[in-house]
Design a protein around this ligand. Structure first.
Ligand code: FES
Length: 174
């Protein structure tokens, strides 16, 4: 799927964490070039997951990491943003899902979604659109603070990738 760059993100919305340098746990970053020389299967495996220290993501902030060549948004939602996500009658949604289904219990403020629009794959802008979730300027899809599609041509919510907390601070995506 082609990923098109959209409008310039603001610094607040798009604090890019270079996974190799900052976000990835050191072992994975060191192991990759070494494994890469040995065989392609092992290198594919090393790329299959990304470990991110999420403890520095401040409330209200969205950071973007790269996973399998795609952007992944990690959003630490404020109490207000979470309340807005949870005070929605899901029967009114095009792709009905509760907010609770889209996060991990005990880490409810952290929303982790693949950062490509489910219409044609553009990268939506954070803290934008009338629900203050994401707005995709390509064809006007609007997502809420749970990354659920609310308006526009995109048929599905932003995809929640497989992930798990491997410690209180570190999330393994993939
Ligand atoms: S690609 Fe996002 S609205 Fe079309």
């Amino acid at each position: 799927m082609a990923t098109l760059d959209t409008a310039e993100p603001t610094r607040r919305d798009f604090l890019y964490l270079a996974t190799g340098a900052v976000a990835t746990v050191g072992v994975a970053a060191l192991a990759w070039p070494f494994i890469d020389q040995m065989n392609p299967d092992a290198s594919a495996l090393a790329l299959a997951s990304t470990e991110v220290d999420v403890s520095s993501v401040q409330p209200g902030q969205i950071v973007t990491v790269k996973w399998r060549g795609k952007p992944v948004f990690i959003r630490n939602r404020t109490a207000k943003e979470m309340e807005e996500a949870r005070n929605v009658d899901i029967k009114t949604l095009p792709d009905p899902q509760t907010d609770q289904e889209r996060v991990k219990k005990g880490h409810d403020s952290l929303l982790i979604v693949v950062g490509t629009c489910t219409h044609l794959g553009c990268v939506p802008l954070g803290h934008a659109g009338e629900y203050d979730g994401w707005f995709c300027p390509c064809h006007g899809s609007v997502y809420d603070t749970s990354g659920r599609i609310r308006k526009g041509p995109a048929p599905l919510n932003l995809i929640v990738p497989p992930y798990e907390f491997i410690s209180e601070k570190v999330v393994k995506i993939g």
